[in-house]
Design a protein around this ligand. Structure first.
Ligand code: ADP
Length: 363
């Protein structure tokens, strides 16, 4: 019987529970044993009670719960080889030879590194007499399958990450609340949303809420953005608009990579356009709450596909990440998806915004 481990890692996202539920139930349906690894890689390094076998009933009700019920953490020790050596031992002791990880690009990078090191880790465990050759023999290959859980929709090669539509929905709802009061008092609101390297949430919130101006990391505004923004907002006001909404991504900056802060935008609107301007930082409201229908569906279909990917894996297949492309659930090489994701961040850091945007378009 195969034994599959499932964990959530890195930043939490609505829909992660749906993924865990699907992995647990699909594994059982495929006659495998399935283990939840609590608190992400921390649970893998600590072992013992942090790795628990899951039954069909243990995930009852998971679909409609927000966050991640099996916990997530940032784990320093897994970043270093000695931590991963302990993790490998804990897996073998529990008899687990496949891991399904729902997390962001950091978690998936760590997972692929773990798989590459796996044969070396096993050798070291034998050398150090932590395990015998007979104990290690059935665990020669480690299967890793990634599921992308991230509210930012920041992984390349997939149209949507688990959590992004829940978060976008939450932002739209919040902007609707703000709209009503902004309209009443004819105020302007500068709304900060999450997204350090990826402006998807900000851009889609702008489109969905009819914002006046949006600031994104990948596509900074023109050099004269201050005048440009004020001109546009003034025009909107002259057309009779009683409220102003400006959306600023957390990672927004100008073409010199200088941060564009909500306070700076507010000061411009106050001083140049004499608008009564307030700042709202949506913060963790964007992560919390239950998953929307789309994320429940996505996490369920992808979780089931992840189990299939484990069962069909050969030693030669590179670790896959489960994606959604043009409304189809597909597998892609995990490392390539992570590499492309990093290329966007590198293009932004190099101020090559045309490249950053063309990479985003290509996605
Ligand atoms: P996310 O998965 O949301 O991008 P992080 O980047 O914080 O979040 O990664 C989550 C965890 O994954 C880290 O705390 C660490 O344990 C592990 N991890 C991240 N990057 C690596 C890496 N390069 N090598 C090994 N482990 C990593």
């Amino acid at each position: 019987k195969r034994r599959i481990g499932v964990m959530t890692s890195g930043g939490d996202a609505p829909g992660m529970n749906g993924a865990v539920r699907a992995v647990v139930r699909m594994s059982i349906a495929q006659n495998c044993e399935v283990y939840a690894i609590y608190e992400g890689y921390e649970g893998l390094v600590q072992g013992g009670d942090m790795i628990k076998e899951m039954g069909w009933d243990d995930v009852r009700g998971f679909l409609s719960e927000g966050g991640t019920l099996i916990g997530t953490a940032r784990c320093k020790s897994f970043m270093e080889r000695p931590g991963r050596l302990i993790a490998a031992k804990n897996m073998i002791v529990k008899g687990i030879d496949a891991l399904i990880i729902c997390g962001g690009d950091g978690s998936l990078t760590g997972a692929d590194k773990f798989r590459k090191e796996w044969p070396g880790l096993l050798e070291e465990l034998i050398q150090k007499q932590e395990l015998t050759e007979e104990q290690v023999e059935p665990f020669k290959h480690l299967n890793i399958v990634g599921l992308v859980g991230s509210i930012d929709n920041d992984l390349s090669m997939t149209d949507a990450t688990i959590g992004c539509y829940s978060s976008l929905g939450r932002i739209c709802e919040s902007v609707d609340y703000i709209d009503a009061t902004a309209f009443s008092h004819q105020r302007a609101f500068v709304i900060e949303v999450m997204g350090r390297h990826c402006g998807w949430l900000a851009l889609m919130a702008g489109v969905s809420c009819g914002a006046d101006f949006v600031f994104l990391p990948e596509n900074p505004p023109p050099l004269d953005w201050e005048d440009d923004m004020c001109k546009i907002i003034k025009k909107h006001r002259e057309l009779g608009k009683r409220k102003t909404i400006v959306i600023v991504a957390e990672g927004a900056h100008d073409r010199y990579l200088k941060k564009i802060s909500p306070a700076h935008v507010r000061d411009l609107l106050t001083n140049k356009l004499h608008l009564d301007t307030r700042i709202t930082t949506l913060g963790h409201v964007q992560r919390g709450g239950t998953a929307c229908a789309y994320d429940r569906m996505l996490s369920t279909l992808q979780g089931a596909e992840a189990v299939k990917a484990v069962l069909e894996a050969t030693p030669e297949t590179p670790s896959p990440v489960i994606c959604m492309i043009e409304n189809k659930i597909v597998r892609r090489p995990l490392l390539e998806a992570v590499k492309q994701t990093h290329e966007v961040a590198e293009a932004i850091a190099a101020k090559d915004f045309d490249r950053a945007m063309s990479l985003r378009d290509a996605e």
